[in-house]
Design a protein around this ligand. Structure first.
Ligand code: GLA
Length: 354
């Protein structure tokens, strides 16, 4: 399909194409930059990319969502335009020897933006995978993920962790990626057939680059420095005890990061034991920690999460960077349709994503 889109726009056949899913984080929020363990999985929604050589001195980038093609110079300025992610991935591709000349790129995505589902990681990973294919080079998924994270840091200005890019580059549907973010060691865990991790959009759009993400990250770094630790998820016993001595904001951020890491470990244990009630309890506790200690939820999201549980989910939580976006709920498959209908009735502004 993306090949046809490319051909229709550029009147030529692409040389390579690739796709990458969006992701939903099941548990382990805001700890991928604190050396913690995270547990994302992919969703069906995906970004498709086709690439080929350009016949002039600039890149040509088409987005089916924006319905327009734009030109970007090789040394393009990054100013918040939708094509920045693609131009950034092209710049990374050039830096790493995947391309030497200007390219044409066509992108089509069903991953909603601003929803906490990694639409940006999905586009940068898909572009880099397509460029690797175009170059006929095998690039390890971990390298694609790292370069993709560098696009966010260097061109978009979001100091994100590496969870999204790793999830999008490596995980597949029905498998969760247990990822140690300090070493990037990871393992895939099969998700149960009798429960579904339902993703519901709250209707509230968030943007990571509004500064609150960077603010949280800074608060975590300050707390780790005050404790004399490298990261909040790898504290010794004395440092854990000393969390209570920190000034209020640092104390709360440290409490969240430290406890969230432990919840992820417990959740992985529950998942492997097939104990979805125990898994759900960790999701619930994660939401409360994001609400009270990390302070990234909103009253509307809290209400949606609460109702998700009341309507039969084993556990529910906001997912992603916060301040809006989606919730994820662990719902027994045999009540899924009833649960969806009840949520739609209670919250007409919500949208079932996956
Ligand atoms: C965003 C970032 C990730 C991660 C999450 C919060 O999605 O890109 O690196 O920090 O927020 O868990």
């Amino acid at each position: 399909m993306i090949d046809e889109t490319y051909a229709a726009i550029f009147a030529a056949a692409p040389t390579a194409s690739a796709m990458a899913h969006g992701r939903v984080n099941l548990i382990g929020e805001h700890i991928d930059y604190n050396g913690g363990m995270v547990l994302p999985t992919t969703i069906g929604n995906a970004t498709h990319v086709a690439v080929g050589p350009s016949d002039d001195s600039s890149h040509a980038i088409y987005s089916a969502q924006y319905g327009e093609a734009v030109r970007r110079g090789i040394d393009t300025a990054f100013d918040g335009h939708w094509s920045d992610y693609i131009a950034g991935a092209l710049a990374k591709g050039a830096e790493n020897g995947l391309i030497k000349n200007p390219m044409r790129v066509a992108v089509d995505s069903s991953v909603p933006g601003g929803a906490g589902l990694s639409s940006s990681a999905s586009v940068t990973v898909a572009v880099l995978k397509a460029l690797a294919e175009h170059a006929g080079q095998h690039v390890a998924d971990v390298d694609i993920a790292r370069w993709s994270q560098q696009v966010e840091h260097e061109y978009i200005g979001v100091p994100c962790g590496i969870m999204d890019q790793m999830a999008v580059a490596i995980a597949s549907e029905k498998q969760a990626l247990a990822l140690e973010t300090d070493t990037l060691a990871h393992t895939l865990i099969t998700l149960p057939d009798d429960h579904h991790f339902a993703v519901l959009h709250s209707g509230i759009i968030r943007k990571l680059d509004e500064g609150r993400y960077a603010e949280r990250r800074q608060e975590c770094e300050d707390a780790a420095a005050a404790l004399g630790a490298d990261s909040l998820c790898q504290l010794n016993e004395a440092q854990v005890a000393a969390i209570e001595c920190l000034p209020e904001v640092q104390r709360k951020r440290a409490r969240h990061a430290h406890s969230e890491h432990r919840r992820v470990l417990a959740a992985i244990g529950a998942l492997c034991a097939g104990d979805m009630a125990a898994f759900g309890a960790q999701m619930d506790a994660s939401h409360i920690s994001m609400r009270d200690d990390f302070e990234i939820t909103t009253p509307e999201i809290d209400a949606i999460v609460e109702a998700a549980r009341q309507h039969g989910a084993m556990g529910a939580r906001m997912t992603g960077g916060g301040f809006g976006g989606c919730i994820v709920a662990c719902v027994p498959v045999d009540i899924l349709e009833k649960w969806k209908a009840a949520m739609a009735q209670d919250f007409p502004a919500t949208r079932y994503i996956a």
